[in-house]
Structure formats: C-alpha cells, structure tokens
Design a protein around this ligand. Sequence first.
Ligand code: HEC
Ligand code: HEC
Ligand code: HEC
Length: 452
Amino acid sequence: MTIWNKAERAGLYCGLFLLCHGIAPHLADGQTGNPAAVASLGKSIYESKCVACHGKEGKGNGPAAAVLSPRPRDFTEGKYKFRSTESGSIPTDEDLLNTVSVGLHATAMPDWKPFIGDDSLKAVVAYVKSFSIRFTRETPKLITVGGAVPSSPASIAAGKNTYDKLQCGGCHGVDGAGKGAVTTEFQDDWGYDLKPTNLTEPWTFRGGSAPRDIYLRFTTGIDGSPMPSFAGSATSHEMWDLANYVVSIGRKPVWTMNETEVIEFYSHLESRAKLDPVSRGKYLVKTVGCEFCHSPVKEDGGMIEELRFAGGQRWDLYPFDNVVSYNLTSDKETGLGNWTDEQIKTLLTKGIRRNGSRMIPYPMPWPAFASLKADDLNAIVAYLRTIPPVYNRIPDPQSPNIFSYFWGKFKVLVLKKDIPLHVFPGNAGTAKEKTMSEIDARMRQSAGEGRQ
Ligand code: HEC
Ligand code: HEC
Ligand code: HEC
C-alpha cells in the first residue's frame, strides 16, 4: 500500500501555491513561431503547474480539487466565466491570458505572471484551449462596450436606479452585501455550491474591480454560474452608471480600518451571523476544514467524494495506535444522527467521547475548539445536522498498547527520532455495498482515464 505522509499532504493542500512555482521552462530564441515547440512547452508547463488542480485531462479534477471552493475549471467544456465575449461564447485568447497572468482573486487560482515568462504563458493558454473542441470550431463573439461615462454623484445615483431596475439585489441584496436577497444559496453548472459575490468587497472580484471590468461582468454574464448576462437590458449609458454605482458601494477593507471601525464592523457581522446559524456553521466547518480529516482519500490524495464527511481516514499515529476519523454525517446508526447537541459540544470542546473516554489532543484538534463562543458552537452543530446521512461504520478507537507506547515515547523523547505521520489511502470504515460499488466504479474510470 502506498503511504503518503502528512508533510506531502500539507504540501499538497496548503503549499500548492509554493509547490507549483519553480523554474519554468521556456522557448529557445527564434522558436516562438514553431507550433511543435509551443505545444510541447505548453504541455510541460501545464503538467508541472496546473495538473494538481485542473487534472491531467483538464477535467478540473486534480488531486487538490475536492478541497477547493470554487472548484478548478473543467477545461473540456470550453465554458469560461471571465470573458469579454457574449454569454455562451468562448473567450478570446487575451481573456485567458489575462486570467492566467493575474489569477482569480479570492480563489485558489494563482497569478502566474511573476513565475512564468510571456512565451510560456501563451503556450499554456494554447494547451488549455486544446482540451475543448469548441476552440477549433467557434470564433469568440466580442461584446460591444459603449463610450465610458466617468463617475460622478449623478452617475452613481442613476446607477442605483439601474441596480434596482435590473434586480441585482435579488441575488446580491439591496446593499450589495446580501441584505434582503431572495436567495444566496446557488449551485454552479457542475453542481457545486456557489455564493453570489459580496459587491461591497471589490478585492474579491475575480474579473477585476475597475468600472470597465464590472461593466463586462454583467454584460457578458458569468457562464457556468447563475449570474446572468444583462446585455440589452439597459442602455450603454445606464450600464456605465451601474458600474460606477457598484464601484461606489465598495467598503473599506479591514486592513485599512481604525480601531473603532474594526469593532463596529465585527459586531455588525456577528449580529448578522446570529440570524442564520446554519450558514455561519457551514462557514466555520469549511474554514476549520473538518472534512479534510473526516473524509477518506484516494491514492493520489484526492478526497473520495461519495464519503465526504463520512469519516474513515486512517492515520498512523506512532507511538499511539492508528486512529480513524469519525463519520460526521447525520446518519443515525454510524454518524452524528443519534448524538445529542451536548454530546457533540462536549467532544468538540473537551475531547470527551460519548462513552466518557478521552481523546488525545491530536490529530483531532479539539483543544483549538475549546474556546469557541456558544453561538459559534451552536452554529457548527446546526450545520452538522444538515449534512445528509451516509452510512459508514467507523471501528471503535483503540487504546494504545502500553509496551509499544513506552517504546515509542523512548524513541521520540530519548533517541530524538521524528514522529512518522502517515495517512493511509482508502476508507477504514465500512460503507454500504452500493456506496462502495459506486466508488469502485468511479476509481476504475479515473484510473482508466489516467492511462489513456
Ligand atoms: C491551486 C489550484 C490551481 C492551480 C495550480 C491552477 N488553477 Fe486555474 N483555476 C483554479 C480555480 C479554483 C479556478 C476557478 C475559479 C472560479 O471559478 O472562480 C481556476 C480557473 C482557471 C481558468 C478559468 C477562468 C475562467 O474564466 O473561467 C483558467 C483558464 C485557468 N484556471 C488556468 C490555469 C492554468 C493555465 C494553470 C497553470 C499554469 C492553472 N490554472 C493552475 C485553481 C487552480
Ligand atoms: C440570479 C442571481 C444573480 C443576479 C440577478 C445577479 N448576480 Fe451578480 N453574481 C451572482 C453570482 C452567483 C455570482 C458569483 C459567480 C461565481 O462565483 O462564479 C455573481 C458575481 C457577480 C460579480 C463578481 C464578478 C467577479 O469578477 O468576481 C459582480 C460584479 C456582479 N455579480 C454584479 C452583478 C450586477 C451588477 C447585477 C445586476 C445587473 C447582478 N450581478 C445580478 C448572481 C447574480
Ligand atoms: C486534523 C484533522 C481533523 C480535523 C481538522 C477535525 N477532526 Fe475530528 N477527528 C479527527 C480524528 C483523527 C478523529 C479520531 C480521533 C480518535 O479516535 O482519537 C476525530 C474524531 C472526531 C469525532 C468523534 C470522536 C469519537 O470517536 O467519538 C467527532 C465528532 C469529530 N472529530 C468532529 C470534528 C468536527 C466537527 C471538526 C471540525 C469542526 C473536526 N472534527 C475537525 C481528525 C480531525
């Protein structure tokens, strides 16, 4: 069995950014016009820098994909979010080059410009395009952008009217930050959760935060997401006013606030969070990353999707015995379905299991949860209750064998050996037969694809 250690995992999940950047190959002088040299350069850049997230076949399913939100793009469909082209059209080369150069803020997609040269950027863009047949069959349909209207109080006021007329608030809220939105829970075309962007936080806009960028976003739409195109719904003048309005509602980032502003800002956030504990709990659980540990992994380190949150990840915890993470889904037999709120909270803050036994403070990081505020703890429990049940029976925790425990301690403390830390691939729990056969089929399919 291949065993890959924690350092590798940490490297994969947290240090992808660093790992992906190295000395990049580039074209020799005079080779920029040579298609074979460009193709081979594009492939080699792609395989060293992009596969971890976008996958070898460009399907957006690299080993790191399952832990990222939003997901890395699936290039095989030729469907792109940040374009200067009509809704549904393929992007231009400049659009792609721009995305790859400056990255996508507030997502895992890095900015590559500082790390790879111009010829390499162009070559990798050409390689990305080669995953979809659309680029050989279609031409990009450029959107027409009318003459710019400079920002002014009058233009901003008119833009507010357009914001209301086009009902941007239905998804983004009357204040651009979600207040009074009809719904803020969406899914993208690939079935993954998606939130409407908070329009008061322009530093998170992936397509740029200048008026022209914003103008393009709502006239081109964000393909693959519920954000529609509003092309033709208002005059070009009104569109510019709207872009100026969106720029005007950008709030101060926390890092530029003074003390009073920071206190006021966070108390406002807190009072909003109380109104929606499930969303707050989801946010906390995702931030802490409970599912990184509480889902089993494949050989390549990617998560076994069908068992997300269903536990079964096994760690070799020398000098202790192996530990297996628990099933956090709401399954009544094997998950948290029959735990009381108090039992979950006691476990999270004190490390005491339902049967009264105690957990060591590692790898389950319960000491870090000990000081969670009551509201946040309630919110976590509220969200855990909403995770659909998945049957996966986890073996009972073992107490360490006293002799190997002391021998291990001796090795670590006296002989100063490093503590080896292994994560085993595969599910250490017992899932339902149907779930297992689905997983097997998926794994066979992706192994087959890898060999092509
Ligand atoms: C650490 C993970 C990661 C790596 C490495 C990475 N990407 Fe991405 N990439 C993403 C994510 C996540 C998205 C989707 C963001 C979104 O939907 O907002 C994305 C989106 C894209 C898009 C689509 C933009 C659009 O308009 O829809 C392109 C093109 C792209 N990446 C190219 C690349 C190339 C080329 C490389 C390698 C040089 C690369 N990426 C490496 C995570 C990554
Ligand atoms: C049906 C819901 C919906 C409506 C209506 C809507 N949006 Fe969006 N908007 C979204 C979603 C969802 C996203 C995030 C998409 C993503 O992450 O891929 C988004 C993203 C954005 C972004 C961020 C783009 C970036 O660069 O990251 C801007 C700006 C924006 N919307 C402006 C507007 C404006 C202005 C209007 C009205 C003309 C509007 N939206 C109407 C759902 C909506
Ligand atoms: C760094 C990895 C890691 C993270 C992050 C993590 N856990 Fe755990 N958790 C574990 C492991 C490993 C075990 C099994 C420990 C044992 O048996 O001693 C465990 C055990 C548990 C148990 C059950 C213990 C039992 O056997 O009765 C619950 C419930 C639990 N975790 C909830 C959570 C929640 C909720 C979060 C996020 C807020 C979380 N965990 C985050 C690794 C982790």
